[in-house]
Design a protein around this ligand. Structure first.
Ligand code: FMN
Length: 172
């Protein structure tokens, strides 16, 4: 049973988590914009996606590759500013088809935002988001940035990978 990690992110935090998971599991990792990123070659998948403006950045790739994903054991990790909860669940439901979300396991990881790395219009989008956000903590983070990167938070993903691998090893 061979698996692989496919990730989508722009500013490096999703790639960093993918790298930590790859290092801990020995699974190969592919950026979804890499021409060699072919999920049909694998038996189970770990999909990693950043959350940008209430949407998963992996959504177009996931829909384009749906036939190779939907019937396989799949773990989704999201990387966002928001913590696990109803808001994040709603963004996932709005980004991916139900045929995928109903079967995949989800682990919410928190990322990093460094305003100095962003160009002026992305900073403007965040300012508008902050203005519309009624959560004072999230509002502050959208303006000033944050860093929640935490290697130990990948632990639930490693446990899920072990479960997938051991379920295959057990004769039915
Ligand atoms: C333009 C922009 C919009 C964002 N929108 C959201 C959002 O809607 N919800 C959220 O929780 N985090 C949001 N974030 C935070 C990102 O999810 C976080 O910075 C993540 O670590 C980015 O992943 P990456 O470094 O792999 O690109 C946004 C960040 C940017 C730059």
């Amino acid at each position: 049973m061979n698996g692989a990690i496919f990730f989508s992110g722009q500013y490096g935090s999703t790639a960093q988590y993918a790298d930590w998971i790859s290092e801990a599991t020995g699974l190969p990792m592919f950026a979804v914009n890499d021409a060699n990123a072919d999920p049909s070659k694998f038996d189970y998948l770990i999909l990693g996606s950043s959350v940008i403006v209430y949407k998963l950045s992996i959504r177009k790739w996931a829909r384009a590759n749906l036939a190779s994903i939907e019937n396989k054991p799949t773990i989704l990790f999201t990387v966002s500013g928001a913590p696990a909860g109803a808001k994040l669940d709603g963004w996932i439901a709005g980004s991916l088809p139900e045929s995928l979300t109903s079967k995949m396991k989800h682990v919410a990881l928190r990322g990093r935002l460094r305003p100095a790395e962003l160009n002026w219009w992305v900073r403007l989008i965040l300012r508008i988001g902050a203005w519309k956000n009624d959560d004072p903590e999230a509002k502050k983070e959208e303006l000033l940035g944050f860093d929640y990167m935490d290697k130990s938070s990948i632990k639930p993903i490693l446990e899920l990978v072990q479960q997938i691998q051991s379920s295959e090893a057990t004769p039915s």
